[in-house]
Design a protein around this ligand. Structure first.
Ligand SMILES: *Cc1c(COP(=O)(O)O)cnc(C)c1O
Length: 804
């Protein structure tokens, strides 16, 4: 029985024309595809709203604990397929649209990607929101409603060009403006001691107002809220100034408020950019904490009960100023003593660390922090004095105390946001086993000694709804035919596929689905870029943010080496390969942008060289985002997870690929290690140094020049790139980039090259054994159900949040 019948709601088919006419305001004959798209969203949205109210009512009645997930990024992508699929009305919608001559798959393409994130961290937040709803846990996501979000990437002559993402241009049918849920957020000014305690008089204030998006769980289990803040000036139009002729000046306050919510990660290589970033972080943290306290006090007059009713999770250090904000509100507004406030704060907050890269551990120049947040500065000092006293009492050395301090005293003084989050949380978690171990032994080693019970591991996961069922319906169907439907509700039941791995007929069906997905991707790429791909070639994919530690450069150098080999030995039995790259480079990251250009230069040369005879093709897909990932991952044969060991905290792309039957070529880094443990050594290709070896190599006498000169393949590839073979229009373009490999090579491209190249030839050999490859692909799908974000969220709920 379909959902509509059980709920006795009108069918979508009856509803959609009515919605088109009366809510979109279009006649069927005049309606454009966009109007139908809107009508389709609004028709399904009505059902979501009913469940949303029901979920909220239930939580109030049960007086249950709520989870609050604070994140500067939510990389949610498109929402229509998610909503239809989780409510089990995809078929019904398809039929309804077909009656009017529309194809759901085509209309879906009209939905813009909500690109409110940059990469894995933001996508994790989106997967978590979906799993929280699926597990029926009452939760709110809190973030910023960026008007332009992450930039849209265009490739012009091989170079990345950044354009504003205009995802809201046609309105957003998923969101609800909640102007009544608004809070003031202050900046600057001064702190005055009065007899009633301390009072902060901010010099400026903006109003944060809520915009809510419903998040539907699997089978409609629950509908939670993603609450994103937008900013308003208290006085959006100064009419006196306007009437006096100062038309721009009259709007200045609103322009300033708008700039807070304009883009994700404004370039922070200028002081103004840094200040804007800190303002954004405080803006959304403050609004969220105020909202959480208001909701608590509605149900419970005693703010000291907050830890029983609320669990706040900080997704990385960006929201860590929330620690000081919660303390401020508890002390200054709710009049708790410092010690009491500290217990409430620690009892409520948990912190997830996502990176050990020193440049990514946020810290703010102390004068900036103090000028913008003078009261928070006092609170940070007070927390620091307490923590450092504890450290002293525990017998820690001066050096250890300096490492623990919330203030970095080396050179220009800075406030360490990761340390603030660490001390203000009862739980600090890493996102894969290796990463958590490294947290204990490196950046947080002294804090770990002081608070040994605090660090714990929660290996990341991805939602199998989006990353299997929705993005790969063909594979989902074959799996259902093979092992039944149990895996739809419990991804670990995919293990049933292990028994079918040796079944040639089943292997054939899996291979047919993969081929169909490769044909579909090839058609899309042909249309988008004019490049023709052979769907029978091995599709070798590296899609992720462009960063030196992720080592796209290692892959590119190996691609050039392979190109040389194919030309020198055309008589050998080469495996035809398509190398697919995609990803954005931070706008101020020179080497990352140059890497994109290099990929495109190599592609142009290789793809037009008749001597490789179609054995090698290289493409760099523009504007990699969630929707593009959903097309590419189901079509991948080989998943490139080749970061320098110890540098990728977890990765989640690695999980999505394995779930869709790609084999991984990867280092022993992040969650690759746990993927290997689950799929088995025979079903993954591991190469390169371990994290320990990386450490040793870096600390003593690493000589990349000697390695490059000692390896003919590597030397020739590096020299070809450096001498301009791929950049005849600018022969010196890659001199610096290749010079970096000779001189320092911090990311150990040279050190791992030989091992990587050998691993790639081992991949070729495996590919030649068709039956063996299919079997390994099935074992991958079968054994990565554990990487469902349902499992991850279940662990957070049990170990950190204390919710059922
Ligand atoms: C999963 C995902 C990521 C993370 O990929 P990694 O390979 O883990 O870095 C980044 N961007 C998008 C769009 C994704 O879907």
């Amino acid at each position: 029985m379909s959902q509509s019948q059980t709920d006795s709601q009108p069918s979508i088919s009856d509803l959609i024309v009515d919605v088109l006419r009366h809510r979109v305001g279009k006649d069927e004959r005049a309606a454009k595809p966009h109007d139908w798209f809107h009508a389709a969203v609004l028709s399904v949205r009505d059902r979501i709203i009913d469940r949303w109210f029901e979920s909220t009512r239930r939580t109030y009645e049960e007086e249950g604990k709520r989870v609050y997930y604070l994140s500067l990024e939510f990389l949610i992508g498109r929402l229509m397929r998610d909503a239809l699929s989780n409510l089990d009305v995809t078929r019904e919608m398809e039929a309804a649209l077909r009656e009017h001559g529309f194809d759901l798959a085509q209309l879906e393409e009209l939905e813009p990607d909500a690109a409110l994130g940059n990469g894995g961290l933001g996508r994790l937040a989106a997967c978590f929101m979906e799993s929280l709803a699926s597990l029926d846990i009452p939760a709110y996501g809190y973030g910023i409603r960026y008007v332009n979000g992450m930039f849209r990437q265009r490739i012009d002559d091989g170079w990345q060009v950044e354009l504003p993402e205009t995802w809201l241009a046609h309105g957003n049918p998923w969101e609800f403006d909640r102007r009544e849920s608004a809070y003031r957020v202050g900046f600057g000014g001064e702190v005055i001691e009065g007899n009633g305690g301390v009072v902060w008089h901010p010099a400026e204030q903006v109003e944060a107002s809520a915009v809510d998006t419903p998040v539907v769980g699997w089978r409609g289990a629950r509908v939670n809220t993603l609450r994103l803040w937008t900013a308003w000036a208290l006085d959006p139009l100064r009419l006196d100034a306007f009437n006096a002729g100062d038309h721009a000046g009259a709007l200045a306050e609103q322009v300033k408020a708008d700039s807070l919510v304009r883009v994700l990660y404004p370039a922070d290589n200028t002081p103004a950019g840094q200040e804007l970033r800190l303002r954004q972080e405080y803006f959304f943290s403050s609004a969220s904490i105020q909202d959480i306290l208001r909701r608590h006090l509605q149900a419970d007059k005693d703010v000291r009960n907050l830890p029983k009713m609320a669990a706040i999770q900080l997704n990385d250090t960006h929201p860590s100023v929330a620690v000081a904000e919660l303390m401020r509100l508890l002390i200054d507004v709710h009049h708790l003593e410092f010690d009491e406030a500290w217990e409430v704060t620690k009892g409520t907050i948990g912190y997830t660390n996502h990176t050990l890269l020193p440049e990514a551990l946020e810290s703010w120049p102390l004068p900036l922090f103090e000028r913008l947040l003078p009261r928070h500065m006092q609170i940070v000092y007070a927390i620091n004095s307490r923590v450092l006293r504890e450290a002293r009492k525990a017998g820690m050395t001066g050096e250890q105390i300096a490492a623990i301090s919330l203030i970095d005293e080396h050179g220009e003084r800075r406030v360490r946001m990761a340390n603030l989050a660490f001390v203000g949380a009862h739980s600090v978690n890493g996102v894969a086993a290796l990463h958590t171990d490294l947290m204990k032994s490196t950046v947080f080693s002294d804090l770990h000694k002081l608070y040994p019970a605090r660090i714990n591991n929660k290996t990341n996961g991805v939602t199998p709804r989006r990353w299997l069922q929705q993005c790969n319906p063909g594979l989902t169907k074959v799996i259902r035919e093979g092992i039944g439907d149990g895996f739809l509700d419990d991804a670990e039941k995919l293990a049933g596929l292990n028994a079918l791995a040796g079944d040639a007929q089943f292997g054939e069906r899996i291979a047919e689905v993969k081929r169909a997905n490769k044909v579909a991707l090839s058609n899309h790429i042909k249309q988008l870029m004019g490049v023709r791909l052979d769907p029978d070639a091995l599709f070798d994919v590296q899609i992720k943010r462009i960063h030196e530690y992720k080592r796209q450069l290692l892959n590119l150098v190996e691609t050039v080496a392979l190109y040389d080999q194919i030309r020198s030995h055309p008589e050998r039995d080469w495996v035809p390969r398509v190398k697919i790259f995609g990803g954005k480079a931070a706008s101020s990251y020179h080497n990352a942008k140059l890497t994109i250009k290099l990929a495109n230069d190599i592609a142009r040369r290789v793809n037009s060289d008749p001597s490789v005879g179609g054995l090698l093709k290289v493409v760099f897909v523009p504007n990699y985002n969630v929707s593009f990932a959903e097309r590419i991952i189901p079509a991948a044969d080989l998943s490139e997870q080749i970061s320098t060991a110890g540098m990728e905290a977890s990765g989640t792309g690695n999980m999505k690929f394995a779930l869709n039957g790609a084999l991984t070529i990867g280092t022993l880094d992040g969650a690759n290690i746990e993927i290997k443990d689950r799929v088995g050594d025979d079903n993954i290709v591991i190469f390169g140094m371990t994290a320990d070896e990386v450490n040793e190599t870096r600390s003593g006498g690493y000589n990349p020049r000697a390695i490059i000169e000692g390896n003919r393949e590597l030397r020739q590839a590096v020299q070809a790139i450096a001498s301009g073979v791929f950049s005849p229009d600018d022969r010196d373009r890659y001199k610096g980039l290749m010079g970096g490999l000779y001189d320092s090579d911090w990311f150990l491209v040279a050190a791992d090259f030989d091992s990587y190249a050998q691993a790639q030839r081992a991949v070729d050999a495996r590919w030649m054994d068709e039956a063996g490859w299919r079997k390994a692909a099935i074992h991958n799908i079968a054994n990565v159900g554990w990487f469902s974000s349902d499992r991850t969220i279940g662990e957070y709920a049990r170990d950190i949040w204390g919710v059922k």
